[in-house]
Design a protein around this ligand. Structure first.
Ligand SMILES: [Zn+2]
Length: 442
């Protein structure tokens, strides 16, 4: 359909200027939102009309920190008991990622992407690792993104932990992918320079990475101060906190994403704010790894754009948002603290972060933006209006069904049915076989 109009739904635009709209219709032409207006003004258009009564129309959701490859650990019980975050890395993730083959990178991404479409997510910022099959791995993931029909920013996580030849291969994989996709010709794909974390990268490695980042004028995507151990290591070996060390290599710029930031000092937060970089909080992952809760209220107060990611704990952004709010209550020891700060992560800041890569309007329903949007079955039993909509998102919509997902005007899911041309049962059987073989190698 080149042109269609959705009417009958209440609209949550994620545009603060007109966040809640009732009695309006939205027109899509060639993948772009061309008009949002009262229904009467659009009723004479010649095109298909889609009745979305009883539903909420809102932007496709954005996940600002994810790992597609983690999809293959669901149910894996073989990891040894871990008493700290460092042991979780040693016993699970760094054992698993070594065993990933190129076909695992493709399939784990595709399954995660289809799950994301079902939960109304249309943009994902991913961080990939497969240290024994690095070259070409981002192209495997990219193919899965194209096959699923949504959008992703990809990177490869460079680290010293598997030796310097693999570090260099990782640097090259990032550089090649950034050159291919940074220009923005492909509507689905963007690229950042991926780094694991400061505690697995020497000064020599940071210097090499900084040269590439400067040459390609790109942002980085790194885990920063996820656990206190990251800070302890950097202070012990380099006499600097994580962000100070990265800043000294000019690695923190306005396109950069620092995941977690649980143990950042106020001084480091000010550096992030000054450089215009984003921090992406991942509350469910932080709770699961018992590393602490990021002080999102403090970060917001200092002017940082704090986004929301899932770190692969889920693809359900509305579930992550709820947990984020409750975690912040606990962090601040105040059951009303942080409502706007946390709500803003998903509703306003994730779009602001994605707009750095995909352009103005991305992640919001405004005229001129890409038609990335979802319909949610939601017939509110309390007043839904310009004052109450954010509370409805967290306490109501988060438990409702996403019935349709649309990206670039293409309908990827309708009435809960994926329309991507896959035999989903066959695909999941194939995924079980690949994941089972991975578990055998683990
Ligand atoms: Zn992560």
């Amino acid at each position: 359909m080149e042109k269609y109009i959705i009417h009958g739904a209440d609209i949550l635009s994620f545009d603060p200027a007109r966040a809640y709209l009732s009695g309006h219709a939205l027109q899509v032409e060639n993948g772009i939102i061309t008009k949002i207006a009262p229904c009467d003004e659009l009723k004479d258009e010649h095109c298909e009309f889609i009745d979305a009564s009883g539903k909420i129309l809102m932007p496709g959701l954005i996940n600002a920190h994810h790992h597609f490859y983690s999809t293959f650990v669901t149910g894996l019980g073989k990891a040894a008991p871990s008493k700290s975050f460092d042991e979780v890395l040693q016993n699970l993730w760094w054992r698993l990622d070594k065993k990933l083959l190129l076909q695992d990178s493709y399939m784990s991404a595709l399954i995660s992407l289809l799950n994301a479409v079902k939960k109304g997510c249309t943009t994902i910022i991913d961080h990939h690792a497969s240290p024994y099959h690095i070259t070409g791995s981002l192209h495997e993931v990219a193919q899965a993104v194209k096959d699923a029909g949504i959008r992703a920013s990809l990177c490869y996580e460079v680290s010293d932990r598997d030796g310097l030849p693999r570090r260099d291969e990782g640097i090259q994989e990032n550089a090649d992918f950034i050159k291919a996709y940074q220009g923005g010709e492909d509507p689905h794909l963007r690229a950042l320079f991926g780094m694991h974390a400061a505690f697995t990268l020497s000064d020599e490695s940071l210097g090499k990475i900084a040269a590439v980042v400067s040459e390609l004028n790109c942002g980085i995507h790194i885990h920063a101060a996820e656990a206190q151990s990251d800070q302890d290591y950097n202070i012990k070996h380099y006499g600097k906190h994580v962000v100070e060390r990265l800043r000294d290599f000019d690695l923190i710029n306005d396109k950069s994403i620092l995941a977690h930031g649980v143990h950042l000092t106020p001084k480091e937060m000010l550096i992030v704010a000054d450089q215009g970089a984003a921090i992406v909080t991942n509350p469910q992952s932080n709770l699961n790894n018992a590393v602490g809760i990021a002080d999102v209220c403090k970060m917001a107060e200092l002017g940082i754009t704090v986004g929301l990611g899932t770190d692969a704990m889920t693809v359900n952004m509305l579930q992550e948002l709820r947990v984020g709010l409750w975690a912040q209550h606990l962090k601040q020891e105040n059951p009303t603290a942080g409502f706007m700060e946390i709500a803003s992560t998903l509703l306003f800041n994730n779009p602001a972060i994605a707009q750095k890569y995909w352009g103005a309007g991305h992640g919001t329903l405004v005229e001129g933006a890409a038609a990335d949007m979802i319909l949610v079955d939601y017939d509110p039993h309390t007043p839904l209006n310009a004052e109450s909509w954010m509370g409805h998102v967290i306490y109501g919509l988060a438990e409702a069904n996403v019935s349709a997902t649309i990206c670039g005007g293409n309908i990827l899911m309708w009435d809960g049915e994926l329309l991507l041309g896959f035999d989903e049962a066959e695909l999941r059987a194939e995924s079980r076989a690949l994941a089972g073989a991975l578990w055998e190698r683990f």
